[in-house]
Design a binder for this molecule. Structure first.
Ligand SMILES: Nc1ncnc2c1ncn2[C@@H]1O[C@H](COP(=O)(O)OP(=O)(O)OP(=O)(O)O)[C@@H](O)[C@H]1O
Ligand SMILES: [Mg+2]
Length: 362
């Protein structure tokens, strides 16, 4: 099967390269709608980095993290071997050989020491700071945590996420030891931390959105799409990379693209209908800021219906129904620009079709 090449992202690549070319000073949040290509971009960039950098890429997606122990196991790459007490010597011995790592290396005995402590975060941060401190004498550590919101609710004495943010501020703004990137597909998470006082002036945001029209056309041109095929793709997928890749594969396999988009459209409509039906039949509630709030079906329908003639809207404050729809992965909230919109073009079309049918029935 023909491999689909990485496409474009020149602007985002430059933004990230400019950041890591200068001294670490802010935490960088990478955000965007679901399946917009955030992880693929990071993956691609990591592969292109020169030896000057040491990337540590930790992906929390699909990891079952219910306590500190689980988190430590994901964050660190444990090295079995002899007993090592001196972190500086350990880090120095590795500097030259470090390639792309999916965790921060730690000797087993030091890991166990952290594990035994009551206040694990203190020792864990101390270790990482010393390790990065040593590495940064010769190379530039780049810590990337994908899907950090997975630990958003993890609380022992206080929320781990805030301890982490404080630590990231120390690594960047205060000590300038390492670059820190936080990637997430959870736009509500960004919405919540965006207005967080502790992060103000200490973080920046990079949006990785679906491709724009011209980029989408260029992408499809590479796979020989005709004008009509490109327009069909744009109509249903917009610039959503994952959707375009599906169509490219459909074309490569000589299957019908019309059937494919039709199928995708039907699936999405049925998923949205299911959300509405379940709400009608059994109701739903949303836990928000520690309170359980009942979701009112009519208001959810109104929120969906508001996209019948607009593609996005500006907001000052989200309503609880909008938050609910973001949580259900139907809407995407861009806290940085104050914009609310469907997660994808397919979502927009599906919302409109489902609403039309509902309202003509009434
Ligand atoms: N720049 C690109 N060039 C070619 N294909 C891409 C590109 N970006 C994304 N894709 C395709 O889209 C798929 C989804 O991308 P990816 O998983 O990176 O999105 P994401 O934004 O990280 O998703 P999530 O919101 O679930 O974390 C990839 O598996 C790849 O097939
Ligand atoms: Mg991702």
């Amino acid at each position: 099967m023909k491999r689909i090449e990485f496409h474009d992202r020149e602007r985002e690549k430059k933004e990230i390269m400019d950041i890591i070319d200068s001294e670490p000073s802010l935490i960088t949040f990478v955000y965007g709608p679901i399946n917009s290509g955030k992880t693929t971009l990071i993956d691609h960039l990591i592969g292109q980095l020169s030896d000057k950098y040491v990337p540590f890429y930790v992906n929390l997606r699909g990891r079952f993290i219910t306590d500190y122990e689980d988190f430590l196991n994901v964050l660190f790459e444990i090295e079995e071997g002899g007993v090592i007490d001196n972190v500086s010597e350990y880090a120095q011995s590795m500097i030259k050989d470090l390639k792309i790592l999916s965790g921060i290396p730690i000797p087993l005995n030091l890991f166990e020491q952290i594990f035994e402590k009551k206040d694990k975060s203190k020792d864990m941060f101390k270790y990482i700071e010393r390790f990065f401190g040593e590495i940064s004498k010769k190379r530039v550590p780049v810590l990337i945590i994908d899907e950090l919101q997975v630990i958003g609710d993890l609380k022992i004495d206080e929320f781990l996420i805030y301890k982490l943010f404080n630590f990231f501020i120390r690594l960047t703004k205060e000590k300038h030891l390492a670059h820190v990137f936080v990637v997430t597909s959870d736009s509500l998470f960004i919405e919540q931390v965006y207005s967080e006082a502790m992060l103000s002036g200490r973080s920046r945001h990079i949006r990785v959105d679906d491709f724009d029209y011209a980029t989408t056309m260029d992408f499809l041109d590479e796979y020989g799409f005709s004008y009509e095929e490109k327009e069909l793709a744009w109509e249903y997928c917009g610039g959503k990379p994952v959707c375009l890749v599906e169509l490219i594969n459909t074309r490569i396999n000589n299957e019908s693209m019309e059937e494919k988009v039709h199928k995708m459209f039907e699936v999405r409509k049925s998923q949205i209908r299911t959300v509405i039906n379940e709400l009608r039949l059994v109701g739903d509630e949303l836990e928000y800021k520690g309170k359980k709030i009942e979701i009112v079906e009519e208001r959810v329908l109104d929120a969906l219906n508001s996209f019948s003639n607009i593609e996005y809207k500006n907001y000052d404050m989200l309503t609880i129904e909008e938050i609910y729809l973001v949580k259900r992965n139907i809407l995407f909230v861009d806290a940085v620009r104050g914009i609310l919109k469907p997660q994808s073009k397919l979502d927009l079309l599906a919302i409109r079709a489902v609403m039309r049918k509902l309202f003509t029935k009434v």
